[in-house]
Design a protein around this ligand. Structure first.
Ligand code: B30
Ligand code: ZN
Length: 231
């Protein structure tokens, strides 16, 4: 099966710009956030909707780049406020991780990598869907959460960890019917975050993403981190 891109070698990030022109852009993600250069501002509160509703059906896919979770809840969860001037509707969430627990996140904070990163992708409601939204500079927002290893896990992740066993091979998928909420997956403190204008972190690298990176990491135990899923 031929991949459209890879994470190293001749199809690695250094070469993405040859096939996908936007990957050679000037506002590319991921970034290394230098906290000393961050301007501290007060923004309106983020408003979350649907995050406390049990998810009725979660479709889990190993698409060859990541493990992607899609939900069927109606109405879709959504987020507004903070740096966002409108409502953004949930599209999918997925993870980025490394071969071991010392790296794996995409963005970094003060050069520090985290073991894993969760991306919750939302599209601006007025654009109707993610495919249309990606054509507009304010089309998408990604809520990004870092993970830190701890001896005490986060119970809501047990269902996801179990489902990963069914998607260890690229282009496999499975369904989950366990009732957790999106909030169950998140850290306790959601008031402090870093926000910047950037891009999709993989091809087509479109510079259409309002990034919101939460400062407080999610704590997981080692066996809840997905380093045995092959992409
Ligand atoms: S991220 O949140 O910035 N990591 C995409 C979505 C979110 C991010 C990066 C990329 C995205 O939608 N990419 C295009 C989708 N893919 C199709 C696919 O599902 O698997 C097309 C592609 O890459 O060019 Cu392969
Ligand atoms: Zn991502």
């Amino acid at each position: 099966f031929s991949q459209e891109f890879e994470y190293d070698g001749t199809m690695g990030p250094q070469h993405w710009g040859e096939l996908y022109s936007e990957c050679a852009g000037k506002h590319q993600s991921p970034i290394d956030i230098n906290v000393l250069h961050v301007k501290e501002v007060t923004l309106p509160d983020l408003e979350w909707s649907g995050f406390d509703d049990p998810l009725d059906h979660v479709h889990v896919t190993n698409n060859g780049h990541t493990v992607l979770l899609e939900v069927t809840n109606e109405p879709h969860p959504a987020v507004r406020g903070g740096p966002l001037d409108s409502t953004y509707v949930f599209s999918q969430m997925h993870f980025h991780w490394g071969d071991n627990d010392t790296f794996g996140s995409e963005d970094k904070i003060n050069h520090r990598s985290f073991a894993m990163e969760l991306h919750m992708l939302f599209y601006k409601e007025e654009y109707g869907d993610a495919a249309e939204a990606v054509k507009h500079p304010d089309g998408l927002t990604v809520l990004a959460f870092f993970y830190e290893l701890d001896r005490h896990g986060h119970p809501a992740y047990d269902a996801i960890t179990a489902a990963l066993g069914n998607v260890t091979e690229p282009h496999s998928s499975t369904s989950m019917f366990s009732s957790f909420t999106l909030s169950d997956l998140l850290p306790y403190e959601l008031k402090r975050y870093f926000t910047y204008r950037g891009s999709l972190t993989t091809p087509p690298c479109s510079e259409v993403v309002i990034w919101i990176d939460f400062e407080q990491p999610i704590r997981l135990i080692h066996n809840q981190v997905g380093d045995e899923v092959y992409i």
